[in-house]
Design a protein around this ligand. Structure first.
Ligand code: NCD
Ligand code: ZN
Length: 354
């Protein structure tokens, strides 16, 4: 049995569903799931009910995190077509602005071209504009970023060919980064066919040939983020299942298995899951923080027994490596052998490094 000591994962894309849908997850359980998965900080998306788009909604969500989070965190601001002045006022208090250029869960699609030009012009940074953009919309987003001199982050890149488009823009001098999810690296349309709605998410899974291309082009990817998007079993079994899958507790062991299989180096793993997410969002890693992972040989991920409230996994049956035994966060032992050792509210916003 061997042990690994790591800085921990910074997961730059999660949906903890509070306020509005705590029955799917909630901040306390979601950040507990983070620690169980070796994730020391999460950046939470704004597609809540109500959406996080102004002073009132952002302050309320921040208070909920202050009271309940047990991992560290950052919050995104969203935009729902309202006044762009709110963006300017709140930019310093969030890790970035999230824009939905295509439809997904939650009603935040910003498809009005005029207002997008206005938003890209108004956003003062320092955080990037992070976009949910599927294929054609990626080109639209790159054009907007170029015209308005914005730093752009493309969330959950839908297809390996999009990586080439993003890289070409980068070669032209655009400040653009991108992210891939574990489900696009470890599941394919074919392998997940039996999952039915439990393998349904936005952007959808690609063919196994395209999964291979994602791996071949991994050098073009800046970060891996879970897009942890829990929905209940009941919702997934319904006649109109919402898109999204949980992933906070499976990202690390799936990627450690890939390191073991030499599909990615250990340095790249640490860069894509820790250093780069911090750098993109201008945050400092917490001091005196590390996770301890026990390696006892590969095991198959289960479908139950997770901390996440929805307690299922699209990765059930997949080979994984490493179990998180301890998490130390800002000088305190916060998670040990499956037990949470701090009270709700221990989590802090990650400090800005800008
Ligand atoms: C996400 C959700 O459920 O909030 N769903 C998803 O399929 N990824 C929204 C999103 O990130 O698009
Ligand atoms: Zn998402």
């Amino acid at each position: 049995m061997s042990r690994l000591s790591l800085p921990g994962v910074v997961d730059a894309h999660v949906h903890l569903r509070e306020p509005g849908a705590a029955y799917k997850e909630g901040i306390l359980l979601g950040t507990t799931a983070a620690l169980a998965g070796g994730v020391i900080a999460v950046f939470d998306m704004p597609n809540n009910t109500p959406p996080i788009v102004d002073r009132r909604t952002l302050d309320r969500k921040r208070r909920l995190f202050e009271d309940q989070a047990v991992s560290d965190y950052g919050l995104f601001l969203g935009y729902d077509g309202g006044d762009v002045e709110a963006l300017e006022e709140l930019a310093d208090e969030v890790v970035g602005l999230k824009l939905y250029l295509d439809e997904t869960f939650g009603d935040m699609t910003t498809s009005v071209p005029g207002s997008l030009e206005e938003v890209f012009e108004a956003w003062p940074g320092p955080g990037p504009i992070a976009v949910h953009a599927e294929s054609d919309s990626i080109v639209v987003a790159l054009g907007l970023a170029e015209r308005h001199g914005q730093r752009l982050h493309v969330c959950h890149v839908p297809h390996p060919d999009d990586l080439l488009v993003i890289d070409a823009a980068r070669q032209r001098g655009l400040d653009v980064t991108c992210e891939v999810t574990p489900h696009h690296l470890f599941l394919s349309k074919e392998s997940a066919a039996e999952l039915g709605a439990f393998g349904h998410m936005k952007p959808p899974l690609v063919s196994s040939a395209d999964v291979d291309l994602f791996w071949k082009r991994l050098d073009l990817v800046d970060i891996v983020a879970s897009d942890h998007a829990p929905h209940t079993r009941k919702e997934k079994n319904s006649s109109s299942p919402p898109p999204g899958v949980p992933g906070l507790e499976t990202l690390l062991p799936l990627l450690l298995r890939a390191v073991d299989e030499e599909r990615l180096t250990f340095d790249r793993f640490e860069e894509m899951t820790y250093h780069k997410p911090l750098a993109i969002y201008g945050r400092c890693g917490p001091e005196d923080t590390k996770i301890e992972v026990v390696l006892e040989g590969a095991y198959r991920l289960s479908d139950r027994g997770y901390e996440t409230r929805c307690d299922w996994s699209p990765f059930r049956g997949q080979w994984a490596l490493g179990r998180v035994q301890k998490v130390r966060l800002r000088g305190a032992s916060v998670w040990e052998e499956g037990k949470l050792l701090v009270s709700p509210g221990y989590g802090r916003p990650l400090r800005s490094c800008n």
